[in-house]
Design a protein around this ligand. Sequence first.
Ligand code: SF4
Length: 272
Amino acid sequence: MSGEQSSLSSSLSFTSASPAASASAISLYARATPGFDQRVAETVELLRNASAKYGKGLVQSSSLGVEDMVITDLISRHQLPVAVATLDTGRLHAETLALLPQIEQRYDLKVQVFSPVHDAVVNFVRVRGEDAMYDSLALRKECCAIRKLEPLGRMLDGRSAWITGLRREQSTNRAEVPFVEFDHVGRVKLNALAAWSWADVWHYIQTFDVPYNALHDQFMPSIGCAPCTRAISVGEDFRSGRWWWESEDAKECGLHKAHSNEDLKKNPGAPA
Ligand code: SF4
C-alpha cells in the first residue's frame, strides 16, 4: 500500500455502522496541504489550454462524483466554454440524480445526459435478469457495456478530447494516471486532477462550497451504480466499495481503457 493510500485508510476512522456515521466527508477529509494552490493553478491551466485548443470538441465526462464536481466548478468559475455531460445508466442512486438540478441551478448550465438504448436494457434484463452483474464477471461487463460504454461512445462521438476526474491516488490501477493520455480510440483524454490528493479534493469542495453527492457522507468515496456500490470500512482502499464481490484486477468498467503514453509522445498536438 502506498503512503497516500495508507493515509487515506487511516483517515477513514469510522464504519458506516458507527455512531459517528453522520460526520460529513468535509469534516473527515478536507485538509490544506503544501502545494494545493499550485495544483489548482496547474489544473486550471490544463483546462484553459484544452478549451482553447479543442473548443466545442471538448467535453467533461462527469460521473457526478466529488472529483468531477471540482472540475465542473473550475470550468464554471473560470468561464471556460466546456460542455458538461454524464451517463444515466438507469441504476444510479437517487442521491446521484439529485445533483443534476443542483448543478444546473448553481452553474447555470445544462448537463447533457446520455442514457442506454432502451431496447438493449430491456432485452438484457429479460434474458439475464435485473441483477445479473452478480452472476459472473462476463455478465457484469455486459451490463456495463450496455449501460455505460455504449452511451459513453455517443457522448464522445465527434469530440476530440474529454476531461475526467481520475486521480493517481484512487487505486493501484490508476497509480500512474498522467494528466494527458489517449483513450482506446486515440482521442485525447485529460485527467485534470491526476495529481490531486483526497484531502485536496475535499479542501476545494469546502473552500468553494461546491455541491456534492450526499452518499460521500455515507462512506462511499467512489460512487457508481446502486447495485455495484457499497460503503467502505476502516482499512479498505478507495475503490473497494465498487464491484466488491470481484477480484481487485477486475474493478474497472472499461470507461477508462487507455493507450500507452508512448502514443501520446507521438502526438504533437496534445496539450501539455
Ligand atoms: S456498474 Fe453495475 S449496474 Fe452499472 S452498468 Fe455496470 S454492472 Fe450494470
